[in-house]
Design a protein around this ligand. Structure first.
Ligand code: BG6
Length: 290
């Protein structure tokens, strides 16, 4: 890998779990780890805080396999492929090593940029920019349609957040919004009443949701703020007990430790990029005291 990305005290290239390479970003006591496999932010920790992102102790850490936790990049489709069931769930991005192409530091930011390697094959390019500041982690996924045809696009920055206990947290900011409940099967739209709490497997797409969400976690005395730009869908997911047991890369007893609040464009908010068009999806994560 390109060692010239290194910036003393700010950016270094390291070997992590499973021998995979990652880029460590530092800024004033805050740190983030970005694995090349999947352009995957595995770790984010502001100064004097507990880690904000969660990952499974049973995750694979191998080239060409997705990592369970952190922030998987679901691209250029979210969930099942719309027409070809032989293609992998959540797209191609999380299955390959991305190329780190730039790093930068300023008095207030540390930044790294990675590029999806197989753009020519699919006639779409993607870059992921990760920016660490004193009090935030910002991740932007930029897609460009490099074909001469319109490009359907669904996508998610599928963040897994660490929580003290799923039974005692709540997700705010989606009150009054319509959502697609995919359990036990996809059903007609329902409307969210009050904050979201968790008592069972939860897998929902909140649509037309451009605003910031907050995860209230009294057990950790903190709120995780999940801001967004150019995102109209928010996916909220916890597998609970039975689905956890069915997933080989997820521990049977891990479901209380995490919640996914995903910054997305999917379902009725699917995009269609014209030839040459660029679209940038951003999530911005911050932690504040409760
Ligand atoms: C969520 C989906 O975004 O991702 C869930 O809404 C899915 O249905 C979950 O189970 C995890 O997907 P995967 O492919 O990483 O197991």
């Amino acid at each position: 890998m390109n060692q010239s990305l290194s910036i003393p005290g700010r950016v270094s290239v390291k070997t992590g779990k499973g021998g995979l390479s990652y880029i460590e970003l530092r800024y004033n006591g805050a740190e983030a780890h970005v694995y090349l496999q999947g352009a995957h932010v595995l770790h984010y920790q502001p100064a004097e805080q507990a880690p904000v992102l969660w990952h499974s102790q049973k995750s694979n850490f191998e080239t060409n396999r997705p990592i369970r936790g952190g922030i998987p990049v679901c691209w250029p489709w979210f969930g099942a492929h719309p027409s070809d069931t032989t293609l992998p769930a959540h797209g191609l991005a999380r299955l390959v090593e991305w190329e780190p192409i730039a790093s930068d530091s300023t008095p207030i930011t540390t930044t790294v940029t990675l590029r999806y390697p197989n753009s020519e094959k699919i006639r779409a390019s993607a870059e992921l920019i990760v920016i660490l500041t004193d009090d935030s982690l910002t991740v932007t996924l930029t897609t460009t349609n490099i074909s001469t045809e319109p490009m359907p696009l669904t996508e998610a920055l599928h963040a897994y957040f660490a929580v003290s206990d799923i039974h005692n947290i709540s997700v705010h900011g989606l009150e009054g919004q319509p959502y697609i409940d995919t359990l036990p099967a996809v059903r007609p739209l329902r409307t969210q009443t009050g904050p979201i709490t968790f008592t069972k497997e939860t897998d929902r797409i909140y649509i037309d949701t451009p605003r910031e969400c907050a995860i209230h976690d009294p057990g950790m005395n903190r709120r995780i703020l999940v801001g967004k730009e150019n995102s109209l869908s928010t996916v909220v997911w916890n597998p609970w007990i039975a689905k956890a047991a069915r997933m080989p890369d997820y521990g049977d007893n891990e479901y209380p430790e995490m919640v996914c609040v995903e910054t997305a464009n999917c379902g009725p908010n699917a995009l269609r990029l014209t030839p040459g068009q660029t679209h940038a999806l951003t999530t911005r994560i911050r932690v504040v005291a409760l």
